[in-house]
Design a protein around this ligand. Structure first.
Ligand code: NAD
Length: 364
């Protein structure tokens, strides 16, 4: 039995709807196993810009610093803050959290549930047995490199973004991937574009050097374009995929389709900071604020709920509790309940709150 402090940042759009169900499941775990999860909520994204003048306030950053983990929904979805001329972008909340808290390793497990194989656009026989983990570098590369700007020249406008990685940044994310592979099927696929990019050549060289310290783990190199193809051609051949920030961003949205819906995939963002319970981390579903369905109780809360399982596993070392949540999700899906995004003949479509309630009940 333990006491854990969690900062809850539901955000915008469907964020509050799915996080409400994630917290319901978290508190069900508390009562079943005798833990105390102290949750403190704060604003991020559009709601924070409008109420507090920034996508994440200093007070909310302090709250996160003092917590054992962060549960995050999604931000964005208001066109007035998303144009190229918007002064404060809602996504700044995430970038600040990742950068200031040094959360450089984003873990995205992809394991389609057996009962959902037919919900994917990929053939069930290709998906059968798929179980891999994408480790995406989160605080470097094109999304953070400077300069990044649109410039006026005598010939009109041009624009520049900067893809820069230090060897130390590459090495630490590769080590994370190799360590994780050791606890799995001992294979790492390092994804780069070494035939074109200098940053990728440094990446590949570093991967070969780091691999020497892990003789029990097999290293495979793949070019990112080939990886995009193999993800849907032979998804079962992957165990741990490690890649830089933008490649990981794109490949994981592609990979989400193996699981049937964006609404099924959780993620964890970790660094090296330790708390009294384990590794500090930020946990969020991979999807965005889905403005097209927000406020209608149509969102699938399973990604957010599985995010809680990742938090229990990685930040609190509560493996049994994490397994129980994953089993409860599988039980409810096996019983034929689906949210709108997974609608299939012969299943019962339920609303967001109902899905959360069914999963919480399965836990008891
Ligand atoms: P999105 O992930 O919000 O939605 C893409 C599609 O998937 C939509 O059709 C949506 O209805 C559906 N979808 C997503 N999550 C779902 C769920 N849980 N259940 C059922 N269906 C779901 O991506 P988008 O439409 O490109 O972006 C919308 C906004 O979200 C943008 O402002 C974008 O910047 C923001 N965004 C935020 C994050 C984040 O906070 N981490 C991530 C991605 C996008």
């Amino acid at each position: 039995m333990g006491t854990y402090a969690i900062a809850v940042l539901p955000g915008d759009g469907i964020g509050p709807e799915v996080i409400e169900q994630a917290v319901r499941v978290l508190q069900t775990i508390a009562s079943r196993y005798g833990h105390t999860f102290t949750t403190t909520s704060a604003l991020v994204g559009v709601s924070a810009i409008e109420a507090e003048g920034d996508a994440i306030s200093d007070a909310t950053m302090n709250l996160c610093q003092q917590s054992d983990a962060i549960l995050f929904g999604a931000v964005g979805g208001a066109p007035r803050y998303e144009g190229p001329n918007a002064k404060i972008q809602p996504a700044r909340a995430l970038f600040r959290l990742r950068k200031d808290l040094e959360l450089y390793a984003n873990l995205r497990p992809i394991r389609p549930l057996q009962a959902l194989l037919n919900a994917s656009t990929i053939k069930a026989e290709v998906l059968q047995g798929t179980d891999f983990l994408v480790v995406r570098e989160l605080t470097g590369g094109l999304y953070f490199g400077k300069p990044s700007e649109i410039r006026e020249t005598s010939q009109g406008y041009d624009a520049i973004d900067t893809l820069i990685y230090s060897e130390a940044e590459i090495e630490r994310i590769l080590r994370t991937a190799f360590e994780l592979a050791r606890a799995r099927r001992k294979k790492v696929t390092s994804v780069d574009k070494a035939n074109v990019l200098s940053s990728s050549r440094l990446w590949r060289r570093t991967a070969d050097r780091v691999a020497a310290a892990y003789p029990d783990v097999t290293l495979e190199h793949l070019l990112v374009d080939a990886c995009a193809m193999h993800l849907i051609r032979r998804p079962t051949s992957f165990d741990v995929i490690v890649t830089e920030n933008m490649f990981g961003d794109i490949l994981t949205d592609e990979a989400s389709m193996l699981a049937g819906s964006m609404g099924m995939l959780p993620s964890a963002s970790l660094g090296t900071r330790k708390t009294a319970h384990g590794l500090f981390g930020l946990y969020e579903p991979i999807h965005g604020s889905a403005p097209d369905i927000a406020g209608q109780q149509k969102a699938n809360p399973i990604a957010a709920i599985l995010t809680v399982a990742m938090m229990l596993r990685y930040s609190f070392n509560l493996k049994q509790e994490a397994d129980a949540i994953e089993a409860a999700v599988e039980q409810v899906v096996n019983a034929g309940y689906r949210t709108e995004d997974l609608r299939e003949a012969g299943t019962e479509v339920v609303r967001t709150q109902e899905m959360g309630r069914l999963i919480a009940e399965a836990l008891l």
